[in-house]
Design a protein around this ligand. Structure first.
Ligand code: ASP
Ligand code: MG
Length: 438
């Protein structure tokens, strides 16, 4: 069985919901994971925010505005009075439920329930539409099987068992609709998998049922080889290894939630990134196989700070690096890149909260220099060191750009360059021109 996930924009209007239904009604059995309609989760967070701030009127206004929007969707989505009535009744219940939170105490528990209602609404609406159109579909509630353990990590064993029960209780359906994002915690309370967590839901569900494939549908035709917001002529990458996808996601490629790939990777299930606007396009396949000896893509990570420590006196002494790293550790600041020389070490961080204290302490060990507003450009592919020439090619592409640090060899999949944020666009374009469009 396949698992298909559609994000907020893919179900963002009644028309988009109808388009999704066209895509999922091909006769094949599948589980379909849906996000909330785009904008809804933000509105629900806004409602919670008003309630935290003890402003029930503000919350009420936002709830009522959202309700008006949803009511309009009903007319556009359904053709029969039966399903219009049924869905309006469902939505009335939903919004009355939301309004009930404006009275009484408001804590994290209530907030978790509220922010999860967007997925409850979108899945019910799409299921009703499928049923109205005569399709063999059913809704299986994520809160019945999606669960995290005491460490707030997904409890895959539990998910596997309970999802199986849900499927067995609804045998022979073509389409099983369920909610992304929402889950219960180890104590059975309503919780969620963090913003953007529907990808994670799909990956977990895929792993739990040992799906043949997980499809993540968005409105771009796969993961591109560079950031289309900054670079002309980018193209989708046809195939990525899970490790390459993880590097790209971490370094700023927006298409995939970084944690999402983990369950699919461990279960060895390929993840396809597909485009609702162009369903025939090949998209990107992410799997445990690699397309060897190839640079696949480039990504950039912003808001980086570089810190350089030089000490002619201490660097050769053993234990120096440990002392330096301990300072970062004591301020819970993780280091992204490291380069060393005989007399100094440079590191980059993306969390500046404790920068001043860190610099203060580092001064005990040597001269300290800070460069802010930097950016990491990350070149990803099958770059195992015996594959000659790739680092040279990437460096050659950046020959006109001042490079602050270079890091290569940390994994088989990545060369990182630290440059000034001002040069980001130029660097990304130069890499695309040299590596992909030459
Ligand atoms: N609706 C949730 C969010 O907006 C989850 C998701 O879309 O993946 O973050
Ligand atoms: Mg979303």
């Amino acid at each position: 069985m396949k698992v298909l996930k559609f994000g907020g924009t893919s179900v963002g209007t009644p028309q988009r919901m109808k388009d999704v239904v066209k895509l999922i009604t091909d006769g094949e059995q599948k589980i379909v994971v849906l996000s909330a309609m785009s904008g809804t989760t933000n509105s629900l967070i806004e409602i919670s925010d008003y309630l935290y701030k003890k402003n029930p009127e503000g919350a009420m206004e936002t709830i009522n505005t959202l309700e008006q929007k949803y009511k309009k969707h009903v007319d556009e989505l359904y053709t029969t009075d039966e399903y219009k009535k049924k869905t309006l009744e469902f939505l009335k219940q939903e919004f009355d439920y939301l309004r009930s939170f404006t009275k009484g105490i408001f804590t994290m528990f209530e907030e978790k329930i509220i922010v999860g209602q967007g997925e409850i609404m979108s899945t019910n609406m799409v299921t009703n539409y499928l049923l109205e159109q005569g399709h063999n579909a059913t809704l299986i509630p994520a809160l019945e099987f999606m669960r995290t353990d005491k460490n707030a990590e997904p409890d895959l064993q539990y998910i596997r068992e309970k999802l199986k029960v849900q499927l067995e209780e609804n045998p022979g359906k073509e389409i099983y609709i369920t909610q992304g994002f929402i889950c219960r915690n180890a104590y059975g309370e309503v919780d969620n998998l963090q913003r953007g967590g529907s990808d994670y839901s799909a990956s977990l569900i895929g792993a739990a049922i040992e799906a043949s494939e997980i499809q993540i549908w968005t409105d771009i035709d796969g993961m591109h080889n560079n950031d289309p917001r900054f670079v002309d002529k980018t193209a989708p990458v046809s195939h990525l290894h899970f490790e390459e996808a993880a590097e790209l996601a971490y370094f700023g490629a927006k298409i995939l939630h970084p944690t999402c790939v983990q369950p699919a990777k461990f279960a060895g299930i390929p993840v396809k990134l597909l485009n609702t606007m162009d369903p025939e396009a090949a998209g990107t396949v992410i799997s445990n196989e690699t397309e060897a000896k190839k640079i696949k893509a480039v990504a950039a990570k912003d808001n980086i700070t570089a810190i350089n420590i030089t000490s002619s006196r201490m660097l050769l002494a053993h234990g120096f690096l440990r002392k330096v790293f301990e300072i970062f550790e004591s301020y819970k600041t993780s280091i992204d890149m490291i380069t060393t020389s005989e007399v100094g070490v440079s590191v980059s961080i993306d969390n500046k909260t404790n920068l001043n204290s860190i610099v203060d302490e580092l001064k005990k060990f040597g001269r300290v220099n800070v460069d802010e507003d930097m950016c990491i450009i990350c070149v990803v592919g099958d770059l195992e060191w015996h594959n000659v020439g790739f680092e040279a090619k990437a460096t050659e592409a950046l020959k006109d750009i001042p490079v602050r640090m270079i890091s290569y060899g940390g994994s088989n999949h990545n060369i990182s360059f630290l440059i000034s944020a001002d040069d980001k666009k130029r660097a990304l374009q130069a890499l695309s021109d040299k590596l992909f469009n030459a």
